[in-house]
Write a protein that binds this ligand. Sequence first.
Ligand code: CMC
Length: 428
Amino acid sequence: MSNETLTITDNRTGRVYEVPITDGTVRAMDLRQIKVDQDDFGLMSYDPAFKNTASTKSYITYIDGDKGILRYRGYPIEQLAESCTYIEVAYLILFGELPNAAQLAAWEQAIIHRSLVHENVRHLFDGFRYDAHPMGMLISTVAALSTFYPEAKNVTDPEVRMLQIHRLIAKMPTLAALAYRNSMGFPVNYPDNDLSYTANFLAMMFRMVEPKYQPNPALVRALDVLFILHADHEQNCGTNAMRSVGSSRVDPYSAVAAAAAALYGPLHGGANEAVLRMLNEIGSVANIPDYVRRVKAGEFRLMGFGHRVYKNYDPRARLIKQVADEVFDVTGRNPMLDIALELERIALEDEYFVERKLYPNVDFYSGIIYQAMGLPTAMFPVMFAIPRTVGWLAQWVEMVTDKEQAIARPRQIYLGEDHRDLIPMEAR
Ligand code: CMC
């Protein structure tokens, strides 16, 4: 064996094992041979919340959390945000290469022509209560799409898969806009095929009685950048849900609903909404020191701060701060920005945050921008789910076509009662 191995001595038996190290990893299954006797199941690893376990090999997104690096298919996020549209980056994430002009045109056509939803899907929105959260509506209606496309169950057929991928990328903005229009009591806007992916989304959201809605190009560009920054982020909670649920070979609409549900939580994509609520609660710059004191006392967390992988400034947060200025040039400055900037300044100088390497993450500034664009707070996680759909789908394809993958089914350490016999009701 090469020196790329790990030697393990089992002090229970005195036996020595040598297991290979590949890509800086040992295989948990290699531990199974380590037994005290023939009846022993074999050694397992215990890793709640997957803090040190790779669940897959992947070729899509690279993160170096210590250096603050994020790349899709090898390209730095900064270069993609500077030069590409979201739909171009979506192609890159899915297919591994940037499209040429003809490929991009065909890709845009394939998407834009699938942006309508069945009228019955539109009527589903009538069933929600007047104050329904748009993320709940999005999760339910994307799951409902599986009933409209029953062939989507054939997840092993590449052509069927590709059709659902087109549909999901195309229809998520439509469902999101329907959720918003429904919660506002506004009439529905149908997609406009003359517009780009992001411009069409803004038109479906904000068109009132104008015969042709032309969104401000600076806002379209800002939305492209925001969508690029949210498109994928390797094995996060939502993506892990997509892979895990998809591993049962369920259709991708159901799996995307599961991924979106995971994203909804306040520790994940729901954090952008929580940040705005937090900034509102703080109310003014003068109240920040007391708020930070309460965070440090463990009363609650500073939302939009900290990350499982980044132990440095989240590169997406850095780019989002630049987008904020471009958006505010059009919309006027969001007064929440002053509170956020001061909160960041104080936190980054504070020993509690420095010691724990807690920096602003992607959600810290995105909500402030979305609010300036006129979106209600409850729409913020929806604005995360739309662009993340392509990441979920790319990871799902990788999982379905990976021969090493199987239904996701972790082990447990059972610590409950040993065998015991039932006592009749009258004797309990
Ligand atoms: N405010 C205050 N303390 C924090 C925070 C925070 N936002 N985040 C972590 N800590 C502390 C935590 O209390 C712990 O301290 P101690 O060692 O004294 O117990 C230490 O830092 C490590 O925290 P952890 O909970 O072990 O870290 P984790 O990797 O399990 O959690 C996280 C990562 C993102 C869930 C967490 O940082 C958090 O709750 N942040 C706030 C919510 C948020 O902004 N989420 C968005 C994440 S980025 C986008 C996305 O994923 O969608």
